[in-house]
Ligand binder design. Structure first.
Ligand code: FMN
Length: 195
């Protein structure tokens, strides 16, 4: 089953596709072949929890790479912008602020496809002036489970956990936590294929 799926993907992607848009915004039109292929993989592998995680690489102030696992939170409407959510106080936000570039690496275990999607990052916090994006952020907050919402009540993400557990056990707020940010990757290049 896995082999026939992988070979059908190979036929579909008989070449590794590399594209670079002339500017980031021009890549936001719908229906790029790689976006369709990504949709197919997401649908076909919806039952595999691993398929919704990707790695996000950013650039540290030192110039060295930083990489971490993130949860895919959907596309921004019909665009190719890949969304994730995080805490405004995390290192990755500082890194994006200093160097507005990141690359997503996303592996689909069943089809053995790898997608690499790079570009600039649009960060939507509570101070955004864009009402539509604020609504998307609010919706993303509502879709978070109670435990995920509690993550934002930590005194500082990544700080060593101290003995006072009460700091981490606050009830999650009903309204969007101020540190909660929605981030979308505006692709300016992508690379997809089966190794
Ligand atoms: C399976 C998995 C999923 C994760 N999903 C997210 C996520 O969606 N958002 C997030 O901010 N951190 C997520 N994390 C934690 C990040 O990998 C990372 O440790 C954290 O965001 C701090 O990263 P930074 O200090 O580089 O900013 C996830 C970790 C794992 C293991």
């Amino acid at each position: 089953m896995l082999i026939s799926r992988a070979s059908s993907v190979l036929r579909r992607n008989s070449h590794v596709l590399v594209a670079r848009a002339s500017n980031a915004r021009s890549a936001t039109v719908m229906s790029a072949a790689w976006r369709k292929s990504l949709d197919t993989s997401l649908t076909e592998q919806a039952k595999n929890p691993i398929a919704k995680f990707f790695q996000l690489a950013t650039v540290r102030g030192s110039g060295k790479p930083a990489n971490r696992t993130m949860v895919f939170r959907g596309f921004l409407g019909d665009t190719e912008q890949v969304m994730f959510v995080t805490d405004h106080r995390t290192e990755k936000l500082e890194e994006i602020k200093n160097k507005d570039w990141a690359e997503i690496c996303w592996y689909f275990p069943d089809s053995r496809e790898q997608f690499r999607i790079g570009g600039s990052m649009a960060v939507v916090g509570g101070d955004s002036q864009d009402q539509e994006l604020l609504k998307v952020r609010e919706q993303a907050w509502d879709e978070q489970g109670a435990n995920s919402k509690k993550w934002y009540t930590q005194p500082k993400p990544g700080a060593p956990r101290d003995k006072d557990d009460s700091k981490f056990e606050k009830d999650p707020p009903d309204s969007v936590h101020p540190e909660f940010v929605l981030v979308s990757c505006i692709p300016d290049h992508h690379l997809w294929g089966v190794p």
